[in-house]
Write a protein that binds this ligand. Sequence first.
Ligand code: ATP
Ligand code: MG
Length: 436
Amino acid sequence: MRRSRVFMPTLKENPAEAQIVSHRLMLRAGMIRQASAGIYSWLPLGFRVLQKIEQVVREEQDKAGCQELLMPTMQPAELWRESGRYDDYGKEMLRIRDRHERDMLFGPTNEELITDIFRNSVRSYRELPKLLYHVQWKFRDEVRPRFGVMRGREFLMKDSYSFDIDFAGAVRSYNKMFVAYLRTFRRLGLKAIPMKAESGPIGGDMSHEFIILADTGETGVFCHRDVLEFPVPENVDYEGDLQPIVDKWTSLYAATDDMHDKSKEVELGDQLVTARGIEVGHIFYFGTKYSKPLGAMVTSAEDGEVPVEMGSYGIGVSRLVGGIIEASHDDAGIIWPESVAPYKVGLINLKTDDAACRQACDELYAKLQTAGVEVLYDDTDERAGVKFAEMDLIGLPWQLVVGPRGLKSGVVELKRRAGGERQEISPESVLARLIG
Ligand code: ATP
Ligand code: MG
């Protein structure tokens, strides 16, 4: 895409309403605009990142054997009356009445709806296990929407639901999601630590929040420092035994402020890390909490009809856009990991009225595009300083700078945004580098 054509309304000044760096940078880079409190439009640059994160999440869910579907944003109140949550959910739920005076709601989550789908179609243990997910907008009328997309009212979530015939099966599903989450966050360039979370009605320890460390995080975290260095598994066989991986990752102390245990922390001494964090995912086993009241029954091999065992597993897709920026930026702007960068390369023409520069840039642009490399080509006649500052702000992994002096000696400059190393290199070699 050419800079002269792209819709990317960047801001020179820091917007006064933004309290944290990710919100500030997202507004300044022209990624989002607020529509109303906690509700955002995603402009092209921001939308590209959102879609890339969604795609990484999707690929790792698919590998784990989870199947994608799509449920609507609007749900009938009826289902939530069956589970008892219509009244319990309180003011966070946006309630709407349609023209026939029927009570509807904008879904804050989907346990009831997916349980309804399940109970209408699955009858026997032979069809289990099932793991289903979707990526859909949620609405929660948060008391204090803030920090831009980090705590929105409308936000994009990936939510998965597991269905198993018994507890042992539910553990297998839980472990699949546990491992898929480790891999997902690693691919997003994040170090996310699973931390014991409030386990709700069933008790037990099958509830973990995945937290990334960031000073601006809303959650207090306490963990053994070695947890930060645990390896993320490669080439996972999701049909194999995942328990050893989960056991390893849960073997050391790691808890958020709601759950932490002072005496264990004292024992840890200087091995304890105390920090702030952002919750980017949450996995949760809740047994028959919804299947019982909604009557989602399956016939088992021995016991006749039993309510199906369930769990749910969320990832905050839109929160991750802010979370990744919190984890990866410097004074000049965002530093995107390659996996989610809106473009891989920013091509800067330093002198657009120079025929040689224009020709070299046009050629590099065409060749990179033909090879499928995503390029933002700054073909405008802004001053060099302005172009550099904007490229640093929007954080593309590679900057390719073409100027008349370099071209005379047959080189262009390649700069890596992370780290800032620069290298003079011939146009042919730079193509090989960026395409390879
Ligand atoms: P929180 O404790 O941050 O309010 P939650 O526990 O209510 O989150 P879950 O119901 O577990 O959230 O939702 C799954 C994921 O959705 C969370 O881990 C988080 O990443 C994301 N999420 C939840 N609420 C919001 C929100 N208001 N804005 C953006 N993302 C959110
Ligand atoms: Mg949670």
